[in-house]
Design a protein around this ligand. Structure first.
Ligand SMILES: [Fe+2]
Ligand SMILES: [Fe+2]
Length: 263
């Protein structure tokens, strides 16, 4: 089983690149499953139902998300009614949507789970402890399939690495998202869990994590009123490619991908 996990897609520049790349991957049957984090797909802030449907039309099988979904509160109900569009499992149980999904590819069931960290993360949406929540839930998921992909949406490196130890050998891979900066620490544990602290972003790289630098600098200088603006230039797709042994659910390889938009 070959899986592509694409880092947070940021606004139109990121969506445009995926509209070129993902259909090609599908046509060439390059991957059995394509996942993308869509929390910034709507202009950099949140996700809309329309945007989620576009990502699915391009060929993304599962869309994970994170904290930015509350930037478009009015969309939340309808976005998470869509099949295989998930939000962090450890949001309060009344929050619309669900935290994991099962998708069938090549006669095999694959679980994709979304979690959110608690260290240096915004207070909204409120989260429950991701470690205690997944500790319970992983039992039910493993009864269905050993092929389990986890999106660990978090800021702190230590929290993501701790999750790697916590779920070692119990899941196929743990892919960090949220910081928008791809880390060079991809690895396979001895038990066969593939890991990367952050997969990176799909969007404009002449930016501060997707946004034009000037307003961000002015904000850091103390101007609270500053509005962030989506950057446009040097668009790239960050992702990881993971090869998983179907029977055991353990990973055989993980490879970083960084593709520039050449159109
Ligand atoms: Fe993000
Ligand atoms: Fe995020």
């Amino acid at each position: 089983m070959k899986v592509l996990f694409i880092g947070d897609v940021v606004g139109k520049p990121g969506m445009r690149l995926l509209s070129n790349l993902v259909p090609k991957f599908k046509k060439d049957e390059k991957y059995d499953l394509i996942c993308v984090n869509g929390e910034n797909s709507a202009g950099g802030f949140g996700i809309t139902r329309k945007g989620a449907l576009k990502l699915k039309k391009y060929g993304c099988d599962v869309i994970t998300t994170g904290n930015h979904i509350i930037d478009r509160k009015e969309e939340i109900e309808s976005v998470f009614r869509l099949e295989d569009v998930i939000r962090p499992l450890n949001y309060e149980s009344f929050f619309p949507g669900k935290g994991w999904t099962i998708i069938k590819k090549k006669e095999k069931k694959i679980a994709v789970v979304n979690l959110q960290g608690q260290v240096f993360m915004p207070e909204e949406p409120a989260t429950r402890n991701p470690f205690s929540v997944i500790k319970e839930e992983i039992k039910s998921i493993r009864k269905i399939t050993p092929i389990i992909i986890v999106d660990m949406h978090a800021e702190a490196t230590a929290e993501k690495i701790a999750m790697r130890y916590f779920l070692d050998g119990k899941v196929s891979s743990i892919i960090g998202t949220h910081t928008h900066v791809q880390t060079a620490d991809e690895m396979l544990t001895q038990k066969g869990t593939a890991y990367i602290t952050d997969v990176g972003m799909t969007g404009p790289f002449d930016s501060v994590i997707g946004m034009k630098p000037e307003p961000i600098i002015r904000k850091f200088l103390g101007n609270e009123e500053e509005q962030f603006k989506l950057a446009r230039k040097n668009v790239r797709m960050n992702a990881v490619e993971i090869e998983i042994e179907d029977k055991t659910g353990m990973s055989k390889s993980i490879k970083r991908i960084n593709i520039a938009d050449t159109t």
